[in-house]
Design a protein around this ligand. Sequence first.
Ligand code: ADP
Ligand code: MG
Length: 245
Amino acid sequence: MLARRAILVIMIEVKNVTKTYGKGESQFTALCRINVEIPEGTSAAIIGKSGSGKSTLMHVMSGLDHPSDGEVVVADKCLQSLKPKQMDAFRATEMSFIFQAFFVEANQTCLQNVILPLESAKVPKRNQGKKVEEALKAVDLADKIDVLAGNLSGGQKQRLAIARAIVNKPKLIFADEPTGNLDSTTGDLIIKLLFELNKKLGCTLVIVTHDEELANMCKMKVYMKDGEISSINGAKQATRKGGKK
Ligand code: ADP
Ligand code: MG
């Protein structure tokens, strides 16, 4: 009988990435020669104190920001080789973001908020309604579909932001301090939801946090200190899609 072995595929590969801000004497190195591999389908925490470079690393991993040196490969695509329009299209179809200050359009309904990523990703109109309904159902907001986002509570707004983040079944979800603005009960619900999505959809979850308890829920922990990785816990050997290491 053949032994079954789970093969881990790399979703995000950060290679020797440095990020500096400013020029000359005021130059500041926010990330210094970072190397890290995040396997597909995992949950990874980027953890560290305020100012350690967590958000910068997340921005570089997701192509929201450019490294000053080094490269980032996501799902076998080198982000630095993509033109801005290709980058936008790649992000629209493959990734989604949840930020601490959850941006929902207050003057638009839940339906209008959640449909946006489908329009950006050019999903055919006929398929949009069902996807929006499913996403709102997943965050327990199905009955609010026609309610203005501005009339929701803080926790409901964050759930709406999550519905919008998952509506197009992204391969990758980036969450930057997703519970920072919420009371602990609502925060716990949001976290539970994110991990359920990670399990159910198999999407790779990258959470930026300074909260050790939240980080402990992730399979992998990347510790940041002064722009460098001080340690990585829970990382397993992964292979590239093509099989090479
Ligand atoms: P964290 O998310 O861990 O709190 P950040 O990644 O936001 O940290 O920032 C890391 C460091 O880089 C901080 O010292 C911050 O002040 C600096 N920094 C971040 N963005 C900029 C910028 N646009 N210009 C200059 N410095 C920046
Ligand atoms: Mg930050």
